[in-house]
Design a protein. Structure first.
Ligand SMILES: Nc1ncnc2c1ncn2[C@@H]1O[C@H](COP(=O)(O)OP(=O)(O)OP(=O)(O)O)[C@@H](O)[C@H]1O
Ligand SMILES: [Mg+2]
Length: 253
């Protein structure tokens, strides 16, 4: 485990790209993998989320000064991961948050406008990775979407992660109260995202998986995590394929 808490910021100047949804998916996925995570909620238009049933701690950081306090507090707690959900159109503040972060994710959708903005954001935030979001699942539409990445990939071949697919159920995580159980597809998507982000940010998962394996297959709600990790690792290799990142950085071999 890291000596200090790690911080992942989900940022970007464009609205509606999926920042909030991905921040919560990441928190849930980290929790499912046994990593303690706090998700700092910054969206002033939403009511704070209830903890019940979530695998992470949502915390209210809707005022910028609260957000910085929360970020500093998270930094000081070993083994925890702080996920900070940014807000669109807050460029200066995004740069301050990016400076605090171990990893910045910049979600963008399949549109010329989103790609244009993410190109600018990548330029401004040297440690950020672009994350295709709400990506089409239909093969024909997906092929067209991949083509829209050409400019981005030719400019930044190592800074584009594998896409997060469109998944209607993802909105459940933004409800104040979670339903009693989440669809399997959503939990799998959360775990897969967390696995990939952990590989990028150097967040240790091996200890967690080993601990759960030692505790046996019925240890809490983490049962089955080792097998799930293997599946998620296979997915992590897709990130390398798409971003053409050096394979040494991939945990999915
Ligand atoms: N993977 C996904 N699949 C399907 N819909 C999604 C996905 N991610 C986000 N959405 C939908 O896209 C819309 C915008 O998402 P979200 O609020 O997360 O974006 P945002 O970047 O946080 O927006 P803002 O800039 O206003 O803060 C929401 O309706 C959300 O449900
Ligand atoms: Mg938001």
């Amino acid at each position: 485990m890291a000596a200090m808490g790690q911080i992942v910021c989900v940022l970007g100047n464009k609205g509606g790209t999926g920042k909030t949804t991905l921040a919560h998916m990441l928190g849930q996925g980290l929790g499912l993998l046994g990593v303690r995570a706090v998700v700092a909620v910054t969206d002033a238009t939403r009511e704070p989320l209830a903890r019940g049933g979530r695998r992470y701690l949502p915390t209210d950081a809707r005022r910028p000064q609260e957000l910085k306090r929360v970020a500093n507090a998270m930094r000081g707690v070993a083994g925890w991961v702080g996920v900070i959900d940014g807000g669109a159109g807050r460029l200066e503040f995004d740069l301050e948050l990016a400076a605090l972060a171990d990893l910045v994710l910049l979600p963008f959708r399949e549109s010329q406008e989103d790609v244009r903005v993410v190109l600018q954001d990548l330029e401004r935030m040297p440690r950020a990775m672009a994350l295709p979001s709400q990506w089409p699942t239909n093969p024909w539409a997906r092929e067209a979407a991949q083509r829209s990445l050409q400019e981005l990939l030719s400019r930044w071949p190592y800074r584009v992660l594998a896409p997060v697919s469109a998944l209607g159920a993802s909105k459940l995580l933004l409800q104040r109260e979670l339903p009693p159980s989440l669809p399997t597809a959503l939990e799998s998507a959360c775990r897969e995202l967390a696995q990939r982000v952990a590989a990028q940010a150097g967040i240790a998962l091996a200890d967690t998986a080993a601990r759960i394996a030692r505790q046996g297959p019925h240890a809490g709600r983490g049962a089955g995590i080792v097998g799930d990790d293997r599946a998620a690792n296979a997915e992590a290799c897709r990130a390398c394929t798409i971003s053409r990142a050096p394979r040494a950085t991939c945990s999915g071999r």
